[in-house]
Design a protein around this ligand. Sequence first.
Ligand SMILES: [Zn+2]
Length: 452
Amino acid sequence: MRITACAFMLSATITALAQQKPVLLHNATLVDGTGGPVRQHVDITFRKGYIESVRPAFTKEKDTPKNTDIVDCSGKTVIPALISAHSHLGILLNNTDASPDAYTAENVTAALNQYERYGVTTMVSLGVNRDLVYELRDQQRAGKLGGATFLTAGRGIGVPNGAPGLNVAPDQVYRPANPEEARKDVDEMASHHVDLIKLWLDSGHGKIPAMDPAVYTAIIDEAHKHHLKVAAHVYTLADAKSLVNANVDILAHSIRDQVVDPAFATSLIYHKVWYIPTLALDEAFYLYAADPDVMKSQFFQQAAGPQLLAKLQAPDYAEKTLASPQTEQARKDHEIAMKNLKALRDAGVNVAFGTDSGAVAGRIPGFSEHRELEDLVAAGLTPLQAITLATGENGRLLHEINPKLSIGLIKQDYSADLIILSADPLMDVRNTRHIDAVYHHGALVPNTPPQN
Ligand SMILES: [Zn+2]
């Protein structure tokens, strides 16, 4: 189940392979991603991109390992790097406006670099990708493209005149008219070795046409013939139940129209369906208007960039946003999403971690993932539980999608994707923003963001 060969190449790989000398993170406090108790005074050694050992810290001078780069982590906490199982690339220009011109190698690479700098070393671009994505993925696997490792759901499958309602290029999403066309779309993506299939089931509160059940049933069936998992954009409990009955693998958003019932939790467990809450999604519609202090930190401002910052800090932005009916709806949706996440997690459902960052302005690559951790804690999880979703649990989901991936844990033979934090994230989950260093597949990532 673990990889020994580097079949799934990472951007940092060339550097990491060249670097024969092991790195030892010495005397760290360790949160290993399993959700188990924190360990004090730990030494973590990695070499050639993979973790070699995790053991009690050496205490005697004479036991200092030779020919090793030693990083003193006394008083620091090491956690696995974060993973987003639901984000997007190439939709927005300057993090601000959706544009059919946004899907360029340059823009995608900039986003991948930003994720990586903020400690998100793996992300899933869950649909709305141009076919350029396959070329970029090949380049990354060959070690020629930097930034976070990404998986892709290719274009994904939406509805004619329906979801997703984004201003993107026509070749950025399929919109089949019938089940036969939908099967062809799946086959085409499978021929590109897409990592998974994405579909949209959402009537936008009855305002737009929803996907015909015959279409999504065909998509799921065809995807499973290709051994591909299917993630579905969903909003209502009724739609989620229909998708689960049609054998969907991943619900890519929270249920937000009503509180879920225990029978629903049982069916998710029975069918081994993953649930990605994306709490930061609805909140991003009003967060910056309701709580402008969020925007004060350099950590935020660097992630947002000047154009988005100007938009969010425009004189009429807060007033307009707070008065908009969309904000009222988003607040309600966010409240229900938090309740449902807590109930489903407590019931034992497989909960993953994602943000929908990159899809609309305000869902910001890198920042939104740290905000999502805070939202999960606000929903009632402990900081340790929240971090576990973003690391070990997401690693488990991505391993199901691609068995060559061993990520999300600080454990022997896992990819050396780690964050050194200068403050304790279990005391306050916002301390995941105090990033001293990020390692991606064993290589030190340059330009980590300011800590405040
Ligand atoms: Zn999305």
